[in-house]
Design a protein around this ligand. Structure first.
Ligand code: NAP
Length: 245
């Protein structure tokens, strides 16, 4: 489905980002995969190459604009274009509002929101020239609902929805679509931190009766990254088992 297309995925070293990168590569895209830690990325690149694909790893902290620029520059230098950008890198630094430290607020907003802004700004310059692009921001259901103990995270994910809509309006004329996905609770390292009690309580609130898997998010990304979604832009697609409608 993505033969001759180039995809950049941030936060690709594990969890949802890794699943997205492997799926895009499996369908023919050339991959530029990124995270701060190169070791896990190198393993991912080896796996993609072993499966017959093409991939390059870039160590980049998306909260640093120069790193975001380097990431997109590397994609262009390596493969000549950027068709798909998946802004997936994200962190949590949970805590109750009254105890939340400035550095926990700043770190989460810098990675989750500024990171997507910086990568999109760099990629949009390339996509505008190509007159083609698909940008997908991995937000969260808690950006729509709120969640106690996650003021920083929820604000960053709600901000991503606003960024998605604004960028969709600016880039539409150049045939660049920008959409968000709002996953519910997905089984990854991020949610492995939850206690069994919290996990059971959460599951009870999900109409489909289970936590999501990375692949559930990946399937939605594949659609929004494809030519089949060409008339969809500025949307936030829930992948949440029905927990928020
Ligand atoms: P994860 O397993 O913790 O993986 C996070 C990825 O982001 C890693 O590859 C990490 O690699 C990278 N990363 C973190 N900070 C970064 C930075 N400053 N610059 C570049 N890369 C950075 O997380 P996940 O559960 O797969 O989540 C992926 C995305 O989905 C996140 O945006 C998350 O908020 C969102 N999401 C997750 C869930 C869920 O239930 N799991 C639900 C809704 C939304 P390094 O540490 O090496 O940088």
């Amino acid at each position: 489905m993505f033969t001759d297309q180039v995809a950049v995925v941030t936060g690709a070293s594990r969890g949802i980002g890794r699943s997205i990168a492997l799926a895009l590569a499996g369908q023919g895209a050339k991959l530029v995969v990124s995270a701060r830690n190169l070791e896990a990325l190198n393993e991912l690149v080896a796996q993609i190459k072993n499966d017959g694909g093409e991939a390059v790893a870039v160590a980049a902290d998306v909260s640093v604009s120069a790193d975001a620029d380097k990431l997109i520059d590397t994609a262009v230098e390596s493969f000549g274009r950027v068709d798909i950008l998946v802004n997936n890198a994200g962190i949590t630094r949970d805590g109750l509002l009254v105890r939340m430290k400035d550095e926990d607020w700043d770190a989460v907003l810098a990675t989750n929101l500024k990171g997507a802004f910086a990568c999109t700004r760099a990629a949009a310059k390339v996509m505008n020239k190509q007159r083609y692009g698909r940008i997908i921001n991995i937000s969260s259901v808690v950006g729509e609902m709120g969640n106690p103990g996650q003021a920083n995270y929820c604000a960053s994910k709600a901000g991503l929805i606003g960024l998605t809509k604004s960028n969709a309006l600016e880039l539409a004329r150049r045939n660049v679509t920008v959409n968000a996905i709002t996953p519910g609770f997905i089984s990854t390292d991020m949610t492995d931190e939850l206690s069994d009690k919290v996990r059971t309580e959460l599951t009870a609130k999900i109409p489909l009766g289970r936590l999501g898997e990375s692949e559930d998010v990946t399937e939605a990304v594949l659609f929004l990254a494809s030519g089949k979604s060409g008339y969809i832009t500025g949307q936030a697609l829930g992948v949440n088992g029905g927990m928020y409608m």
